[in-house]
Design a protein. Structure first.
Length: 267
């Protein structure tokens, strides 16, 4: 059976080829090959070499008096705090909802109602409530992630096979032991899937949170640069956010492969 994580040598080569293809396309549309001019003007899409030079410049000089590391650190702090707190609250609550019909009946309606609500529309209200500091930015990210993580954890519990639970009960296992040895391990694949989905959404919400009332952060840097038509800086910021999301997803996959090592091996 193939490794379900997709980490085989063949998959890695395909991944590299995919990145190389995107880079080649970028080079072709920005290289001066048509009458000495590129297909896309540098104002709209600079060349990869130009963007790389801008990255080096930002690493050396920073942006608006702050280093690139500082901007990245602020963004990571906002995302990490919001994501960590949401996982610690939403996942246990979702597990509880999946195991207790009364809790589900009480909490499921408000969570389902809040799920389709556009969270960025609430940002001005959160600023009124919590001010322009970090709290409003952390809360807006947490509000977007909470329904996904809690509902996914609940559905993961409800998807556990009854035969497994009945077999554990027949062997005399207590409710606590059934949860620890049967329900929770069987729910982990679904929980990790929701965590990976939430990482992408969290990075997107981070961009929205840094658009308003802030003076630091990678998304702020990109949005501020767009006001001055500094396309190179905008693309550097966008690529950093993209690689941040991709790196966090790889980390989540690695944790899943280590913790849920039986994934895809059950008959």
């Amino acid at each position: 059976m193939k490794n379900p994580s997709g980490s085989s040598p063949r998959s890695r080569w395909i991944n590299l080829a995919s990145f190389a293809g995107l880079l080649l396309f970028w080079v072709l549309v920005t290289a001066p090959i048509v009458g000495g001019k590129p297909l896309v003007a540098p104002l709209f899409l600079p060349s990869p070499l130009s963007v790389f030079d801008t990255l080096l410049m930002l690493l050396k000089n920073g942006y608006q008096g702050k280093t690139l590391g500082y901007h990245l650190g602020i963004s990571l702090f906002r995302f990490g705090l919001a994501f960590g707190l949401t996982v610690l609250v939403a996942v246990p609550l979702g597990l509880w909802m999946g195991m207790n019909e009364t809790v589900k009946a009480v909490l499921d309606p408000p969570i389902e109602i809040s799920r389709p609500m556009p969270k960025l529309a609430l940002l001005p209200l959160l600023i009124i409530w919590f001010g322009i500091g970090e709290v409003s930015k952390v809360v807006i990210i947490a509000l977007a992630l909470f329904p996904i993580l809690s509902i996914s954890a609940m559905q993961a519990v409800r998807g556990v096979g009854r035969r497994k639970v009945q077999a554990a009960m027949a062997l005399g296992a207590s409710r606590t032991m059934i949860f620890r040895r049967v329900i929770f391990p069987a729910s982990l694949p679904g929980i990790f899937t929701s965590i990976r989905v939430s990482i992408g959404l969290g990075v997107t919400m981070l961009v929205g949170a840094e658009m308003i009332a802030t003076s630091a952060g990678i998304a702020y840097m990109a949005m501020s640069a767009s006001d001055f038509l500094l396309t190179n800086v905008v693309i550097v910021g966008a690529l950093i956010m993209a690689f941040l999301g991709y790196a966090l997803d790889l980390l989540a996959r690695a944790l899943e492969n280590r913790i849920v090592h039986w994934g895809g091996k059950e008959g």
